[in-house]
Design a protein around this ligand. Sequence first.
Ligand SMILES: Cc1cc2nc3c(=O)[nH]c(=O)nc-3n(C[C@H](O)[C@H](O)[C@H](O)COP(=O)(O)OP(=O)(O)OC[C@H]3O[C@@H](n4cnc5c(N)ncnc54)[C@H](O)[C@@H]3O)c2cc1C
Ligand SMILES: NC(=O)c1ccc[n+]([C@@H]2O[C@H](COP(=O)([O-])OP(=O)(O)OC[C@H]3O[C@@H](n4cnc5c(N)ncnc54)[C@H](O)[C@@H]3O)[C@@H](O)[C@H]2O)c1
Length: 463
Amino acid sequence: MAEAFDVVVIGAGPTGENAAARAAAAGMSVALVEHELLGGECSFWACIPSKALLRPAEALWLAKMAPGAREAIKGPLVASAVLEHRDYMVGDYKDDSQVKWAEGAKITVVRGNGTLTGPRKVRVESRDGTVRELEARRAVVLATGSKPRLPDIPGLKEAKPWDNREGTGAKEVPKRLLVLGGGAVAVELAQAWRSLGSEVTLAQRGKSLLSRFEPFVGEQVAQALRDSGVRVLLGTTAARVQRAGDKGEVTVTLTHGEEVRADALLVAMGREARTEGLGLETVGLKGGGPVQVDDQLRAKGVEGGWLYACGDVNGRNLLTHMGKYQARLVGDIIAGKKVHAWADAKATPQVIFTHPQAASVGLTEAKAREAKLPVRTVQYDMQNVSGTGLLGRDLKGTAKLVVDEKRRVILGATFTGPEVGEMLHAATIAVAGEVSLDTLWHAVPSFPTMSEVWLRLLEAYGL
Ligand SMILES: Cc1cc2nc3c(=O)[nH]c(=O)nc-3n(C[C@H](O)[C@H](O)[C@H](O)COP(=O)(O)OP(=O)(O)OC[C@H]3O[C@@H](n4cnc5c(N)ncnc54)[C@H](O)[C@@H]3O)c2cc1C
Ligand SMILES: NC(=O)c1ccc[n+]([C@@H]2O[C@H](COP(=O)([O-])OP(=O)(O)OC[C@H]3O[C@@H](n4cnc5c(N)ncnc54)[C@H](O)[C@@H]3O)[C@@H](O)[C@H]2O)c1
């Protein structure tokens, strides 16, 4: 006989954990199904380890910009200590603390692979072959995340390249690393492994890095990578890949004809929703792509509105904080609240944790113009505010606002520079809250912080 819960959540990454927590906090009984580690990709093989690898290099870079501290630095990063710090931050790849948290939140953890077997029905098969049948009285939430995309390039699969798991989890620093891709994973991990001593080449098919951001972001991050010794190749990608033996040198022939040899090859070419084998066809959906959802995160095309999908699996915004946002809403919606997800389309923030950092929220100028909005932009150099100069010599960056001229509200904001990620939330509040420029003029930034750039931007606008 099936075990009944109000809500069954499949996948215990940050999204599934939050959906389960919110539903449990509203008094519902919740089963959280996970076949690997509670905490998901983000905690063990993505956000946390990548940031743990990047932060020491950023701290060293900032110290080198501060006279007095600079002179105290006697050598490069100690790679073994950085890798140890990474292992500490991922809890040595154990999820004990998360299990404890789930128990405390009155969530029933069910270990095993979850598949839909029909409306409101989930079958969980554990590694030892034990099967548990679950039934959801109110809702099933899919939060199965995503997996790396491996393009069909001759020899690539056979060469056993690194994906984000080895890219964040490798125990040794490769002498030579080739990174394929030019998005967030590529730039962050290229910089991280370069800082640990690898000779890094990055090959990006497009003409710029980080193409979803304002164009100056990709240009400045490319320059920073080059300054730190990464060879950045734009407009080229792998045409063929060959590995000598099982663990030997890898040779990649790039589309412009050059051959690059490396000890490790990292594929950072985007991600795909994890929906195959999930039993979607048993409820009338197709597997293989993201689960299409409406603004209440309900799967489109499923009668009765009992199936939800949030986080990477619905393909709306592949970011932990956006998955968690959707998850909180799903918990509330199942509990009967009338809410919907609108920040996805209007006010999604993102920080790229390279040094310098890049941070943006809302629409870029190009996207706003594409949407035919009445756009005016203002831009200011971060180095011209006292806060930046005090943080260190020769630190630079750019701040840009995309303003809706008619409504005098900010549609999008982008910052580059040292630690600008921590400045982003002010912009997110302004964008999500549609705070008028005239009101923002009275939001006084402290002196001498980098946030004074807000004053300069508003002055540039004409206030
Ligand atoms: C290298 C890297 C760095 C990143 N850095 C950042 C960052 O700094 N900030 C940020 O916001 N985002 C970052 N991201 C993106 C972020 O990792 C994802 O957006 C986030 O992990 C999505 O969370 P999720 O819970 O939806 O999915 P996941 O984290 O993928 O979790 C899904 C869970 O479901 C489980 N699962 C899947 N199928 C089943 C099944 N059938 N049965 C049982 N369990 C199942 C999986 O084992 C997994 O635990 C990064 C991504 C990468 C690759
Ligand atoms: N700090 C952060 O917020 C952070 C960090 C890492 C990852 N993430 C998120 O995780 C997701 C995955 O990151 P990602 O960098 O893998 O994906 P991405 O979509 O950001 O970038 C993919 C890159 O691969 C290239 N590419 C795709 N297909 C290709 C092909 N067939 N041949 C050659 N090049 C190809 C694209 O041009 C692009 O540069 C993203 O949504 C990203 O935002 C976020």
